[in-house]
Design a protein around this ligand. Structure first.
Ligand code: NAD
Ligand code: TYD
Length: 347
């Protein structure tokens, strides 16, 4: 068992992305004595704008690829207390178009980090994983993902994250690495790239563009505000038991169509903006997390309700139109065209 007193030097990968940047901000705010190296390749999803409010000498950004052992070893200092791995290709639809980059970053990259952590004597390795490694649940009130649920990944994205978990488990078993894993559900909040459902809906609806809803819109996701996820990672990092997995969720299951309607209502936009489009291949039907372990063992609870988290998120997107504009320019347009074609208007 460790605690935050022993967590002064933290190496974060993927800290220019949506969740990683929220985590870095939280870490610096909550722990005045910690220092953070933020290692990120700045792919299409990484954005230095996400870090521009961090004016703190305790934060050092290094641009680098987690698949490059020399770059990782150069940036990872001896005496690092904890490595938290957020770096990943993270979008299911992109993994359906092409899986190679998912295998490279999510699988090979995780092994490179595990090896480097061992070489440099890093105290603890936190792997940020996903509930999606456990596949799809039936639509029954008593079916939930537990830490003991079997691996049943259904998309190239979730399969690559499951493979990364196996490598973490093997590092623990074979080399005795202090690894802890988190599996969280669907995050929402400020700075999420607008290819994911919630920010895509927000940015489209704010421009009176149609909202693409896959299939019958009745797929269920378990939503959590990004800072609540980050606080849970802090709890796991500082108090979690080595070798354990912790499921993280806010007990907030919703059908996609309900989520879309809440967003439209909150923005005062008509429901006629909803546009049903062809389903995602292999679309997981339902995710629902049982967070009892992280709640009871680590005394973690979410702070935001769905209503308060959604309000904060909407306000951020309304106040940061420039961020959205920049994210939607360039390569995003090509992706949008490929994913939605002429069906859903201009991205
Ligand atoms: P994101 O796509 O917003 O950010 C990923 C970050 O990783 C980006 O900054 C990107 O530049 C960086 N990155 C990608 N490839 C890299 C490489 N080869 N080397 C170094 N950096 C690289 O993703 P996110 O939504 O913030 O997710 C972060 C992590 O949390 C991922 O591991 C994801 O699997 C996991 N997760 C996400 C969710 C969710 O709802 N978004 C839920 C559960 C778990
Ligand atoms: P997404 O944000 O891609 O997260 P994940 O696939 O990891 O759960 O999608 C959330 C849900 O919204 C999922 O059921 C797919 C659906 N969805 C749509 O209906 N339309 C869209 O345009 C997108 C991107 C997602």
């Amino acid at each position: 068992m460790t605690d935050m007193e022993n967590m002064r030097r933290i190496f974060v990968t993927g800290g220019a992305g949506f969740i990683g940047s929220a985590f870095v901000r939280l870490l610096l705010e909550e722990f005045p004595s910690c220092e953070v190296v933020n290692f990120d390749a700045l792919t299409y999803a990484g954005n230095l704008d996400n870090l521009k409010e961090i004016q703190d000498g305790r934060h050092r950004f290094v641009r680098g690829d987690i698949c490059d052992p020399a770059a990782v070893l150069a940036a990872l200092e001896e005496g690092t207390d904890c490595l938290v791995n957020f770096a990943a290709e993270s979008h299911v639809d992109r993994s359906i178009h092409s899986a190679a980059e998912f295998v490279r970053t999510n699988v090979l990259g995780t092994q490179v980090l595990l090896d480097a952590a061992r070489a440099k004597g890093v105290g603890r390795f936190v792997q940020v994983s996903t509930d999606e490694v456990m596949g799809s649940l039936p639509e029954r009130d008593d079916a939930f993902f537990k830490e003991s649920s079997p691996f049943e990944p259904n998309s190239p994205y979730s399969a690559s994250k499951a493979a990364a978990e196996h490598l973490c488990r093997a590092a623990r078993h074979t080399h005795g690495t202090d690894v802890v894993l988190t599996r969280c559900g669907n995050n929402y909040g400020p700075r999420q790239f607008p290819e994911k459902f919630l920010p895509l809906m927000l940015s489209n609806a704010m421009r009176d563009l149609p909202i693409p809803v896959y299939g019958d819109g009745r797929n269920v996701r378990d939503w959590i505000f990004v800072e609540d996820h980050c606080r849970a990672i802090l709890a796991v990092m500082s108090k979690g038991r080595a070798g354990e997995v912790y499921n993280i969720g806010a007990r907030n299951e919703r059908r996609n169509i309900e989520v879309a309607e809440s967003v439209l209502d909150a923005l005062g936009k008509p429901r006629t903006l909803l546009q049903f489009v062809k389903d995602r291949p292999g679309h997981d039907r339902r995710y629902a997390i049982d967070p009892a372990k992280v709640e009871t063992e680590l005394d973690w609870r979410p702070r935001e309700t769905w209503e308060s988290g959604l309000q904060k998120t909407i306000r951020w997107y309304q106040e940061n139109a420039e961020w959205v504009e920049r994210a939607r320019s360039g390569a995003y347009r090509d992706y949008y065209q490929k994913q939605y074609g002429q069906e859903v208007g201009a991205g």
